[in-house]
Design a binder for this molecule. Structure first.
Ligand SMILES: [Zn+2]
Length: 590
């Protein structure tokens, strides 16, 4: 995702004051009158009930928590939503496979009242405390055994499912999970290492449009009156299902009065799970009626972005790509096939195209190839930062790309995050939203591209995606793919840039040799950072001519003697912007 920068006061004043929406051809949602196919597992209830205290959001679990022998294969989720704030009702059936013999299953679940838990349709006693729902399996289950655990629940979610109003004052419901807030609305194994498919059955106020991951199983149908849930009058039921595994943090539902527009078709013939006969994915926007005019321009190249990334990285991983105005706390959140964007940013008419390319790049990296652990978040955010910028390199040219890279370097170099490594373990997962995961992570990819060359870089990126698509990966997995493709050892590159803190601070001095110029480069960063093994491009210019060389720094300094260069020649380090560094004595402007 992208954090939400503060909105300027002037922008805030624009809310609701924009021009009337132009007449655009909205994509109609087909109406259906039948209620056939709507079956409900919700329990009849009298409304809200006492709810347990929620745990803090974003707390990291001990590493062993998810090495528990439980693999969730599928979530079958049913939700009955209120119109705006209020209580909701849910039922989640989880298909699990046990990787080893266990006697109980722990699910992450916080702050909602539980009505019933069943294992393979039989009610069981459960224990729910401190955000963990422990479910006994009776006799120890065998490795390889499969079970279906179902949980019926209700209440007012403390987080994760945001029930309230849009910026325009209309009722809405939007899921916002990152990093591990799925547990506040869905009993789950809420960690990126355990991906699963999902099916959503959502009963919502009849005037809403409801989006979720995957493909719509059909048009919405009137909700049968006997389906329990909060009283909202007329309802419609929407069903979505995913063909491929998703991390729990991208499993989402969103509902509000929205206008659906088609931006274009993309990835034609390169979208293996598209339900469309033409093999393309539909790229759409789902905007609030009062934001439609303000929002459209930021998404005008969204289908082109999907095409560019498909060509560059590999087939589009999902059924469709909806771009949704939502209640996410972030500027954008890359939910698989249904990206959620800040409703405030769109309503204010801000240009969020950079966020759009970042979130679309996440469909491949983060969503389809998911970091196996939060400590390696750069595999998601560094990739989205870099490929989000590479889109502009391909389409708008090198100047736009270099500006983005320079901005990322400044953001990193001026931060205290330089004192910690990129691969890092934090107790509060929100602390991983830092300039190591994003900007330095993106720069590591840029420097890796320089290290192995464009051909090997993009071949390795394609191979990495092909190998870990719909699965999880680690930094070592990425390194192994690059080493295979580039046919060289990259342990030192990955180690110095990702497992150690800091960056090179380079000092340049020259000495006139009369027959030429001696250029010496030293590494003068503090002892908290390693001495880097890096190639440094150097350009020396005098009398309208320039010469270049690459000076290898091997854990120390380096020297280049430039024949014929005078004492007043100009020396430029890294003229093409391939190295994350700072010149000694010239602090980066913030
Ligand atoms: Zn991101």
């Amino acid at each position: 995702m992208r954090p939400l920068p503060g909105l300027a006061a002037a922008s805030v004043l624009l809310w609701g004051c924009g021009p009337a929406a132009p007449r655009m051809a909205a994509t109609p949602v087909p109406e259906a009158s039948a209620t056939a196919g709507v079956s409900s597992a919700l329990r009849p209830t009298a409304g809200a009930s006492a709810e347990p205290e929620p745990i803090p959001a974003g707390r990291a679990s001990p590493p062993e928590r998810y090495d528990d022998g439980v693999d969730v294969l599928h979530y079958d989720i049913e939700l009955a939503l209120p119109r705006g704030s209020g209580w909701m009702q849910g039922h989640a059936a989880l298909d699990l496979r046990l990787d080893r013999a266990v006697t109980a299953v722990d699910l992450d679940f916080s702050g909602l009242h539980i009505d019933e838990v069943t294992v393979d349709s039989g009610p069981v006693e459960w224990h729910h405390e401190d955000g963990l729902l422990s479910i006994p399996l009776g006799s120890p289950a065998e490795a390889g055994a499969r079970h279906r655990i179902a949980v019926a629940y209700r209440g007012v979610p403390d987080d994760g499912l945001i029930l309230g109003e849009t910026v325009h004052g209309d009722p809405s419901a939007f899921v916002d999970n990152w990093p591990n807030r799925t547990r506040f609305w869905l009993p789950s194994v809420d960690h990126p290492s355990d991906k699963a498919t999902a099916r959503f059955t959502v009963h919502a106020p009849a005037e809403w449009d409801v989006i979720a991951n995957g493909r719509a199983a059909g048009p919405p149908v009137p909700t049968p009156p006997e389906v329990p849930g909060p009283s909202v009058g007329e309802r419609r039921t929407w069903i979505y299902e995913t063909a491929v595994d998703h991390p729990t943090y991208t499993l989402v539902v969103g509902g509000a009065d929205m206008v659906i527009d088609t931006v274009g078709l993309a990835a034609c013939g390169e979208a293996p799970v598209s339900p469309r006969a033409d093999g393309c994915v539909a790229v759409t926007t789902w905007l609030f009626p009062d934001s439609r005019a303000e929002g459209a321009s930021s998404f005008r190249r969204a289908a082109d972005m999907v095409d560019v990334f498909t060509d560059m990285i590999g087939p589009f991983p999902y059924e469709k790509l909806a771009n949704v105005q939502s209640a996410t706390r972030f500027g954008g959140m890359e939910n698989s096939s249904a990206i959620f964007y800040s409703q405030q940013a769109i309503a204010a008419g801000r240009d969020i195209e950079s966020t759009v390319s970042h979130e679309i790049a996440h469909q491949w990296f983060g969503d389809s190839v998911t970091e196996a652990d939060w400590s390696e978040l750069w595999l998601s955010e560094g990739f989205a930062t870099y490929f989000g910028a590479v889109y502009f390199e391909r389409v708008d040219g090198m100047e736009s790309f270099r500006e983005r890279l320079a901005g990322a370097a400044r953001a990193y170099l001026t931060s205290a995050d330089t004192l910690r490594p990129v691969i890092d373990r934090r107790g509060d997962l929100f602390d991983m939203l830092n300039r190591n995961s994003y900007q330095k992570g993106g720069w590591v990819l840029h420097m890796l591209r320089r290290e192995v060359g464009d051909d090997a870089f993009f071949a390795a990126i394609r191979a990495y995606y092909a190998r870990y698509r719909d699965a999880t990966a680690t930094t070592d997995d990425l390194r192994a793919v690059f080493e295979e493709v580039a046919d060289r050892d990259l342990a030192r590159f990955f180690g110095q840039w990702l497992r150690a803190p800091g960056y090179p601070v380079l000092s340049v001095s020259t000495r006139d040799l009369r027959t030429g110029l001696r250029v010496e480069i030293e590494q003068v960063q503090g002892d908290y950072a390693p001495r880097f093994h890096i190639p440094v491009d150097v350009e020396v210019t005098w009398d309208g001519r320039s010469v270049r060389a690459t000076v290898p720094l091997e854990g120390a300094g380096g020297v280049w003697i430039v024949p014929g260069a005078p004492a007043d020649a100009r020396v430029t380090l890294d003229p093409d912007g391939w190295l994350l560094h700072r010149l000694h004595g010239s602090p980066p402007s913030p």
